[in-house]
Structure formats: C-alpha cells, structure tokens
Design a protein around this ligand. Structure first.
Ligand SMILES: [Zn+2]
Length: 255
C-alpha cells in the first residue's frame, strides 16, 4: 500500500495508521447490504494497482473467482513500491523495488494468475505521471476484447497514488470502451459505514467464496517486505490488523 506519502492525504492524515482506523467489527455490525456484482458478464479483466499488493488486498479474492471461472486476469502495477519505507537511500529503494516486484509475481502465481505487467512509475509520484499512465493503460486495454473490465484503485481512496491510478484508469477505460470498476483499499481504514464521502449508491459487493478469500490471504503473505518491520523500532507497512480487516470485510467495487 505504501504509507510513506500518507501525510499528503487529508483523509488518511485524519486517521493515522497507528490509531487503527475503523474497527473490523464496525463494518461487520453495519451489515452493508449492497447489490451483488455479477461476475458472469466479465469477458476479460485488467486489474490495476498503484503499488504491488493493492490488487491483492482490494480485489484479490474477486480475481481468484474470475480466474477459476476461466476469465483471463491481467494485473498491472503502476509502481514497484520503492518508497514504502521512509528515509531510504536510493540503493535501498532500488532493492525494495526488486523485492516487491518479485513478491507481486509470487502473489499472482498463488492466485492462479498470469505474470503481472509492472510499469515502474515512481512510487509516491504517480499523479505526476498520470497522463503517461493513462496512455499505457489505454495501450494495454486496446489488446483486449470489447467490454473488457478494468478494475483500478478508487479515485476517492484517500491515497494520492491510488487516486491517480483511478483517474488514469477511468480515462483509459473511456478511451477504449472498457468497463471501469474502482476498488477501495484505504477506505476501509478511514471511512465509517455511513460515510457520505463514499459513493454507496454505486457500490457492489463481490460474491466471494471461502476458497477465494483463503487464496487471497495466502497471496497476501507473499508481500513479506510489507508484513515485517523494516527496522527494530519501526512498525510494518501492513500491520496485521489491516490485513485481517481486509479479509473480513469482503470486496466492494464502485461502478
Ligand atoms: Zn497502495
């Protein structure tokens, strides 16, 4: 997810990671009653994330279900997540990018998906390269059949990179006739179940199975660089409560 730039986000700055965000139980108690996403109409799908792990954390179980049903799923990662840990040297960032790219390949394999496309845009600065990203995604979508779905991090997710990816994907989908869906990742942390900042009127929940969620959890374990503390005094980028919350709440898309 990359939290190094979270200070740039008003929504996330208001709910620091260390404070835990909205508890899993609050989401469960709210019992969101959303219409179910009909996966039957998906000919092929491109799943776009800002950092290696977004696709798994926000959309992994749905991707598993689609792949199980024989749908081609192509992951695209805008960056290699080299800025996940603060105060790194250039060499440390370079090494982290290599590690995170390998972790993404591993996670895709666990989910039964093809090799990801890694675009290598700079972590933390995706908004600066938004036009280029839109062009690259348009190129990817142009190779796909008509009506291909494009799932991307939500334009309102509260993380600058996630939102830039959502905007670029929206433009690429519009140009290529793809069906856009946006998945939240950080929303589950900062939002409340009745939050007016969330477009609940266009939210759908994915019809997940226990197998798909277990597979997502296994795939998420591939992102070891995010799950372990980078230094003795530092917290992991992806604390256990964040992953367990994402596994418990299911997967939602806005379309
Ligand atoms: Zn991310």
């Amino acid at each position: 997810m990359t939290v190094a730039q979270l200070g740039n986000s008003v929504r996330l700055a208001a709910r620091p990671l260390a404070e835990g965000g909205t508890p899993t139980q609050a989401w469960i108690d709210a019992g969101l009653r959303l219409p179910q996403l009909d996966l039957g109409g998906c000919p092929e799908i491109v799943v776009v994330g800002a950092h290696p792990d977004d696709e798994t954390l926000g959309f992994g179980a749905t991707a598993v279900l689609l792949a199980e049903a024989g749908v081609r799923v192509q992951i695209v990662s805008a960056s290699d997540g080299g800025a996940a840990h603060p105060n790194q040297s250039l060499l440390q960032s370079f090494k982290l990018e290599r590690i995170r790219r390998a972790e993404l390949y591993c996670a895709a394999g666990v989910m039964g998906l093809n090799a990801p496309i890694c675009l290598g845009l700079p972590d933390g600065q995706i908004a600066v390269h938004e036009e280029r990203l839109a062009d690259l995604l348009t190129e990817v979508l142009a190779t796909k059949p008509a009506g291909t779905w494009c799932a991307a991090t939500w334009r309102g997710d509260g993380h600058p990179d996630h939102e830039a990816v959502g905007r670029a994907a929206a433009l690429a989908a519009e140009r290529s006739g793809a069906v856009l869906m946006e998945y939240p990742v950080w929303m589950w942390h900062w939002a409340l179940p009745d939050d007016a900042a969330v477009p609940w009127d266009r939210a759908y929940s994915a019809p997940l199975t226990r197998f798909a969620v277990e597979r997502k959890n296994l795939a998420a374990q591939s992102f070891r660089s995010q799950l372990v503390s980078p230094a003795p005094s530092a917290a992991p980028v992806l604390p256990p409560f964040v992953l367990s919350r994402l596994l418990a709440v299911g997967e939602v898309v806005f379309r």
